[in-house]
Every structure is written in C-alpha cells, then in structure tokens.
Design a protein around this ligand. Structure first.
Ligand SMILES: Cc1cc2nc3c(=O)[nH]c(=O)nc-3n(C[C@H](O)[C@H](O)[C@H](O)COP(=O)(O)OP(=O)(O)OC[C@H]3O[C@@H](n4cnc5c(N)ncnc54)[C@H](O)[C@@H]3O)c2cc1C
Length: 368
C-alpha cells in the first residue's frame, strides 16, 4: 500500500509529545510532517521566568527541528492559512497546499486585540509567545526611569508577567501596573491564594488595579468608562484567547467564540481525519480552560489516537482533570501554588516549580 501522510500543524505543547512518542515508536507505513511557524516552540510555563531573567531564553525553547528529526518527521517552517477538509489539503502562507491523510492541529490562540479599542495600535500581546522574547528585549532599550508599564489581564499569565516585569524593570525605577479588570485578580483560584497574590504584588511594587475594565488604550494611557485614566507608557496584553482567523474559513464546526469543536477523542466534529488539541480546540461536552497544562495532558491521548486512527483501531477519550496543580512564579525565586484547595508559597515552591519545568523540558531536549 502507498505510504500515507500524517500532517501535524503547529508545534504546540500537545504536538511535542506526539513527536516524542513517534520517536520512541515509529508509525509504520506513514510519512510524517510537522508544519509550524517557528523553529523553536516556547514552553509557556518558563516564559515568565525568562522575562524575569531567571532563565536564558534557550532553556524555555524546544528545538522542533531536532525533535522532528528524532521522530523521522519532515519539518516545514511556514504558517497555516487555510484548510480544505473535502480535498484533505492544508493551505500555507508560502508554498503549495499540503495533502494529508490524517491532520492534527495544535496552533494555539492569541489575545484578542480587536475587542479593545486602541489595543491593536498601542498594546503588545503576550502571544504569539514565539514573538514575545524579542519584544521584551526591545522594551529594555525603550523604557526610562519614571515611566509606567501596564499589564492588562488578571489571569495567571498577566500576574506572573507583571512580577517578571517588576524583577526586570523595577530596579530601573520603572513603575509596573497590573490591570485585572472586572473579573479581578486570578479568578477561579481559592480566596486565600488571591489574597497572598495581591500581597506578593504589593511587596514587589506592582500596583494592582481591579474592578473596572479598560475601555480604550491610547498613546501613553489606559482609559476607563467611569474612572480616571492610568498613565501607561508601555502596554502588554494578557487577556483571554481568541482563535486564528483562518479557522473561520476552514469549514470546520466551531464553538460560539470561534474555536474548533472537538469530540472527547480530540477529533474535529464530523471530521474523523482531523484532530485538534490545546488552545485551538474547544472540547465537548465541556470546554477545558485555555491553559498549557491541558494541552500537555492532551498530548498522550492525541498521540495514541493518531496512531489508533492510522491503524484503524478504536480511539480513546480524553477527560480533563477537575483539579490541577497551579504554580505561579513571583519573578524573584519565590512562587505561590494551590492544589485540592490547599494554598502554599515560598522559596521551596519556586524550587519545586523549577524542578517540574526543567524535567518537562528535558523530555523534549534530549540529544540524539
Ligand atoms: C506569558 C505566558 C505565560 C503562561 N504561563 C502558563 C502557565 O504557567 N501554565 C499554563 O498552564 N499556561 C500558561 N500560559 C498559557 C499557555 O501558554 C497556553 O495555554 C499554551 O501555550 C497552549 O498550548 P498550545 O499547544 O495550544 O499552543 P501554543 O503553545 O501556543 O503553541 C502553538 C504552536 O503553533 C505554532 N503556530 C501558531 N499559529 C500557527 C500557524 N498559523 N501556522 C503554523 N504554526 C502556527 C506556534 O508557533 C507554536 O509553535 C501562559 C501564557 C503566556 C502568554
């Protein structure tokens, strides 16, 4: 039988695990391609540590070329621009469409700059994370003492990045503001953790602004409907995720926000030859949060289901965990965390987080 083609679109957290497993156990009779935008896939858990100067950037980057080579996969550096599920072809920015027999999508999501007036012109989204590091280096040269850097978004990414900015720019007398908006700081975590998080911000000189959403970003300021404006020379956006535009033209079934609806098998609804995982996907019957931990946990199920689909065997189902370990870096070698309602913090929590993150990275950086 002619060799068939498994196409992996995006080098996200689930696909690096698919490649690792393919390296350990090749898929007979199948050719594999990884098409992704950047040669290096950033590991989100360590990015605030990179921003704070606790890690070198390369410690948080997975080399997809080496990983693909170990899995016997071809690497194509390009950007997905569209899909024709009927013809089983993926369209890309530069080059002919790529035909596939099985497609898996793990291309992530980006903050939505379209819903906040002025954000597209005056704010830097934290995603795509592969573009964040050069942006941070630009900031070092740009900001001066007395200026203010504002983070919009009170979730884990905004919280950790505001503290990373405090560690990076605080010594240069740059003011850091975290604007957590109406949903407040770290929605969904235990109240004790929220209180400790607010105290950690105050102790590190980060001003917390809660209770009102930004209505407009202008040059040098954040505006609110019923509150005075806040000075902000640099604005970083860590608000909720939005789907890539090409998904709307793909003909695939999407949820109300535009993310790909997937069955518990991680198959796109009505499309047995298309799988999706991570932030790009919206799981049925209950969507999982858009967080790296879920993309990571979907990796093994995705890997096994791609193999099962290729070999014509029944598929397994993915059930999201109901409780998970949350570890938040405070930017200075301390961390806060929660699991099963327990809240903890201190230097040892940072050591624990550091150990988990380094161990994760080592799986994908192994030489050979
Ligand atoms: C600063 C920051 C810190 C965070 N910290 C945490 C944390 O501590 N814990 C946690 O659980 N979550 C964290 N998150 C959230 C986390 O980053 C995401 O939930 C996670 O990255 C989603 O993984 P993914 O596999 O869906 O996609 P991603 O990790 O975003 O990977 C997508 C991949 O696809 C590629 N790609 C994207 N578009 C295209 C395209 N059109 N064509 C080809 N390739 C494409 C990208 O280059 C990338 O390789 C953080 C986010 C940020 C911004």
């Amino acid at each position: 039988m002619a060799e068939r083609h498994l196409l992996l679109a995006g080098g996200g957290h689930a696909h690096v695990e698919v490649l690792r497993r393919l390296a350990a156990r090749p898929l007979a009779g199948w050719r594999i391609t990884l098409l992704t935008r950047e040669r290096h896939s950033p590991y989100s858990g360590m990015l605030p540590g990179v921003a704070a100067g606790l890690y070198h950037p390369e410690q948080a980057l997975i080399d997809t070329r080496a990983l693909a080579a170990r899995a016997g996969a071809a690497l194509v550096i390009d950007s997905v621009e569209g899909l024709d599920p009927g013809a089983r072809r993926l369209h890309r920015a530069s080059g002919d469409p790529i035909a596939y027999d099985l497609l898996s999508i793990d291309t992530g999501a980006t903050p939505d700059v379209s819903r906040l007036p002025g954000a597209a012109e005056h704010a830097l989204p934290l995603k795509p994370i592969d573009a964040l590091l050069p942006r941070l280096q630009g900031l070092d040269a740009e900001v001066r003492p007395g200026q203010a850097v504002a983070l919009i978004g009170g979730g884990a990414a905004g919280f950790e990045m505001s503290l990373a900015m405090a560690a990076r720019l605080g010594p240069r007398k740059v003011r850091i503001v975290l604007v957590a908006g109406e949903s407040g700081l770290l929605p969904g975590v235990p109240a004790v953790l929220r209180r400790r998080a607010a105290a950690a911000l105050a102790a590190r000189g980060v001003a917390l602004h809660e209770g009102a959403n930004v209505s407009e970003v202008t040059e040098g300021a954040l505006r609110f409907e019923e509150r005075p404006a806040l000075a902000a020379d640099v604005v970083l956006l860590a608000t909720g995720a939005s789907p890539a535009e090409w998904l709307a033209r793909s003909g695939l079934v999407r949820d109300g926000r535009g993310f790909l609806l997937v069955e518990p098998t991680l198959q796109a609804v009505g499309q047995p030859a298309i799988f999706a995982a991570g932030d790009v996907a919206s799981l049925l019957p209950e969507p999982a949060p858009k967080a790296g931990v879920f993309a990571v946990r979907q990796g093994p199920v995705l890997a096994e289901n791609l193999r099962a689909a290729a070999e014509g065997r029944p598929l397994a189902t993915y059930t999201p965990q109901q409780d998970w370990l949350v570890l938040l870096s405070l930017g200075d070698g301390h961390a806060l965390g929660t699991r099963n309602g327990l809240v903890f913090g201190g230097r040892w929590v940072w050591w624990w987080k550091d150990w988990i993150d380094r161990r994760f990275m080592a799986r994908y950086q192994a030489a050979g």
